[in-house]
Design a protein around this ligand. Structure first.
Ligand SMILES: C[S@@+](CC[C@H](N)C(=O)[O-])C[C@H]1O[C@@H](n2cnc3c(N)ncnc32)[C@H](O)[C@@H]1O
Length: 340
């Protein structure tokens, strides 16, 4: 199945972003009998179904709403989350620094909520292949449902492997067959050896990490293997601007910190990179350093089981809506269970 981004008039099952009075945002999933109730009145979904993207519609109180199909950056920020997502500013930088290209064979771990998967699928295109590893089956369910909701189906060139990357990568891909690897996980250094085997010579591995201590540890691990170019690192800060009349200034608030990127390229077998820089004085980690590496110590907040079950249900309901939109005559899961 080839999956295209939805286009044309709004259809039942699609998510639509409404900007209402005072710029307030609402995201709704269109249903034939759906209504959005606010203290400004009622907006029937039938007012939107069949209208073009970018329409303005009024509710029962005469209040106007601008209706737009969410862009990928809007969708990932509002979709159900199991784990913390890669923000659009970082995803864009990952696509450029990891050199994700149309037709590339890309491995990603962990898949988490599927935000980065959506950007990687977009960048590799239908000619590419994305293999996403996630060790938690419930997170993988959220990610699959989110991808299905946004794309209106699960792309054939996307494989989700529920398992640990370090254990399962060698049996999933052939040695030296992967163009690019993107790691977003607590301990990427645990996976660098298997990634080195999977990457094609010259291939890129990029790690996204939340803290400077993780950044340092993965950098030193990569160097110690001798299998990669000297790693480069960066962070991306995006400061919005308020541009109105003579009031042209930076926004008062911004997302100041999300994470760091570090990337490097696989050397050819047997190649030794020329020495470039003087090494830092302490470049290895002792047992006492390693003991500090726990999710709590790096501020990785874990979602509760109850909350996660709620997110899985939410994501699957949205995916069901998207499925209905793609095949309007197919029975809903309720109808199918009742034998209708
Ligand atoms: C921060 S989340 C990833 C978020 C994702 N990139 C997104 O944008 O939605 C990190 C995920 O990595 C998974 N993970 C950690 N280590 C892993 C490993 N060795 N193999 C597979 N998954 C792993 C965790 O279960 C978690 O879901």
């Amino acid at each position: 199945m080839s999956i295209d981004r939805p286009s044309g008039p709004f259809r039942v099952g699609e998510r639509v972003q409404l900007t209402g009075p005072k710029g307030r945002l609402h995201t709704i999933t269109l249903r034939e009998d759906g209504e959005m109730h606010t203290h400004h009145g009622v907006l029937k979904h039938t007012e939107l179904i069949g209208r073009p993207d970018g329409s303005v519609v009024a509710n029962s109180g005469g209040h106007e709403y601008l209706a737009l199909r969410p862009l990928l950056r809007d969708f990932v920020m509002s979709m159900p989350r199991g784990a913390a997502i890669v923000y659009p500013k970082d995803a864009a930088h990952i696509v450029s620094q990891a050199d994700i290209f149309p037709g590339a064979v890309v491995v990603e771990a962990g898949v988490g909520s599927g935000a980065l998967s959506l950007w990687l699928l977009r960048a590799t295109g239908q000619a590419g292949r994305l293999v996403s590893f996630e060790r938690r089956a419930d997170f993988a369910d959220v990610a699959r449902a989110n991808v299905e909701t946004y794309l209106g189906g699960v792309p054939e060139n996307w494989e989700v492997v529920v398992g640990d990357l370090a254990a399962d990568l060698p049996t999933t891909v052939a040695p030296a067959s992967v163009d690019r690897v993107v790691l977003d996980m607590l301990a990427p250094w645990e996976c660098i050896d298997v990634v080195a085997d999977a990457l094609t010579p010259g291939g890129v591995v990029l790690c996204y990490v939340a803290t400077a201590t993780q950044l340092s540890r993965v950098a030193e691990y990569i160097r110690a293997t001798g299998l990669f170019t000297d790693p480069e690192a960066s962070e991306t800060m995006v400061r919005g601007w308020h541009v109105e009349g003579l009031a042209v200034r930076p926004d008062h608030r911004m997302v100041a910190h999300t994470g760091f990127l570090i990337w490097t390229r696989r050397l050819a077998p047997g190649a030794v990179a020329p020495e470039q820089k003087r090494r830092a004085s302490k470049s290895s980690y002792g047992d006492e350093d390693v003991e500090l590496w726990t999710p709590g110590a790096v501020g990785d907040r874990q979602i509760t089981d109850k909350n996660l079950r709620k997110r899985v249900r939410e994501a699957q309901r949205a995916a069901e809506g998207a499925r209905q939109a793609a095949t309007p005559d197919a029975p809903t899961s309720d109808a199918a269970e009742a034998g209708i």
